[in-house]
Design a protein around this ligand. Structure first.
Ligand SMILES: Nc1ncnc2c1ncn2[C@@H]1O[C@H](COP(=O)(O)OP(=O)(O)O)[C@@H](O)[C@H]1O
Ligand SMILES: [Mg+2]
Length: 295
C-alpha cells in the first residue's frame, strides 16, 4: 500500500495505517475549524453559473461589513477565486502553524491553487504516482482541499467561504471533510439545465443535513447597459421551478450585469466599486442573509 501521508499532515507517526491517518487528519482539520464561526459553501453542481463570482463578491461584501473572512478556492483544476479577489501573483509564506494565506485588497484571506502554480497557463498535474494516477486522483485532490482548509493559518474567522467546483461529487467530498457545514448556498440560473443539475445537489446537501440551505438565482434577467431595460437572458424559469420543487428559500436574485463580470474578472468585486448597482445590491442583501443565519 502506498503511503499517502504528505509533509506536516500528521502530528505523530501513524505508520501506514490508512484509516488511522485519515482520522488524524480529520482531527487536525476539526481543530483548525474551531477558530472559524461559520463555514459557508458556495456550490451548485453546475459549471459556469457564477459560483466563483458570487463567492468573490460575497466575501468582499462580508469583509466590508467588518467580518473577518476567509475564502478557499476548492476548484483546483480551474482556479478563479484568487484572480477575482485580486490576489494573483501573491507570495505565500510558510509559518510554523501553517501557510499564511494571501490577503485581498478588500480584506479577504484567500487560498487557491493558482497561488501555488508558477505559470498562469499551467494545467494542474500530479507528479505522483506516475502510473495509475486516476486511481489516486480523488485521494490526492481531497488531500489538497483538506490542506487548504486545515493547514492554512486562517486565524480566527467569522466566515470561511468555500468555492466548490462543479459536480455533486465535489459537494460530497467537502461534506465529508466538513460534516458540520453551517450554510450552503446553491447557485443556479433560470436555465432548465441548471435546474436539473442543481436539484441533485439539493438532494445531496439535504441527505447530509447541512445546517442552512438556500438558493441563489444568478443571471436572473439582464439589464441593458444602454437603456436600462430588463430582459430575460434565459427563456426558462428553472430557478422558480427549483424553488417550488425544493421549498428552499431564494436568498438572492442577481441580474446578469456586464459590469459585474468585468469588475470581478479584473480582481475588483463590484460590491466594492459600485455598491449601488442592482447586482451589487442583490449580493449585499445576500451577505445580510448569510450573517443572520450564522449559527
Ligand atoms: N451576474 C453576472 N453578470 C455578469 N457576469 C457574470 C455574472 N455572474 C457571473 N458572471 C461571469 O460569468 C463568468 C462565469 O462565472 P464563474 O463565477 O466563473 O462561474 P462558475 O464559478 O460557476 O463556473 C465569469 O466571467 C463571471 O465573472
Ligand atoms: Mg468557478
Amino acid at each position: 500500500m502506498r503511503n499517502i501521508r504528505t509533509y506536516q499532515e500528521v502530528t505523530h507517526d501513524t505508520g501506514s495505517e490508512l484509516l488511522e491517518q485519515v482520522v488524524d487528519q480529520q482531527h487536525r482539520l476539526a481543530e483548525r475549524l474551531t477558530q472559524v464561526r461559520s463555514v459557508v459553501a458556495v456550490a451548485s453542481g453546475k459549471g459556469g453559473v457564477g459560483k466563483s463570482a458570487v463567492t468573490a463578491n460575497l466575501a468582499a461584501a462580508l469583509a466590508a461589513k467588518g467580518l473577518s473572512v476567509g475564502a478557499v478556492d476548492a476548484d483546483l483544476n480551474g482556479p478563479s477565486l484568487g484572480r477575482m479577489l485580486g490576489v494573483s501573483g501573491a507570495q505565500l509564506s510558510d509559518r510554523p502553524s501553517g501557510v499564511a494565506p494571501a490577503k485581498s485588497p478588500s480584506g479577504v484571506l484567500v487560498m487557491s491553487m493558482e497561488l501555488l502554480q508558477q505559470e498562469a497557463d499551467a494545467p494542474l498535474r500530479w507528479r505522483e504516482p506516475a502510473m495509475g494516477g486516476f486511481i489516486w486522483q480523488s485521494t490526492v485532490e481531497t488531500g489538497v482541499l483538506r490542506e487548504f482548509l486545515g493547514d492554512v493559518e486562517w486565524g480566527t474567522l467569522d466566515v470561511l467561504l468555500v468555492d466548490v467546483p462543479p459536480g455533486t461529487d465535489k459537494i460530497g467530498r467537502l461534506l465529508e471533510l466538513v460534516p458540520d457545514l453551517d450554510q450552503m448556498l446553491l447557485v443556479t440560473t433560470p436555465s432548465e439545465t441548471a435546474r436539473f443539475v442543481v436539484s441533485k445537489s439539493v438532494r445531496m446537501a439535504r441527505e447530509a443535513e447541512v445546517g442552512t440551505l438556500a438558493l441563489v438565482s444568478n443571471m436572473a434577467g439582464h439589464t441593458c447597459t444602454e437603456c436600462g431595460h430588463v430582459s430575460d437572458l434565459f427563456t426558462g424559469d428553472g430557478d422558480k421551478r427549483l424553488e417550488q420543487e425544493t421549498g428552499l428559500p431564494v436568498w438572492a436574485e442577481i441580474p446578469f450585469d456586464p459590469r459585474l463580470g468585468t469588475a470581478t474578472d479584473s480582481g475588483t468585486p463590484l460590491v466594492i466599486t459600485e455598491p449601488k448597482a442592482r447586482s451589487s445590491q442583490a449580493i449585499l442583501a445576500l451577505a445580510e442573509r448569510v450573517v443572520e443565519h450564522i449559527s
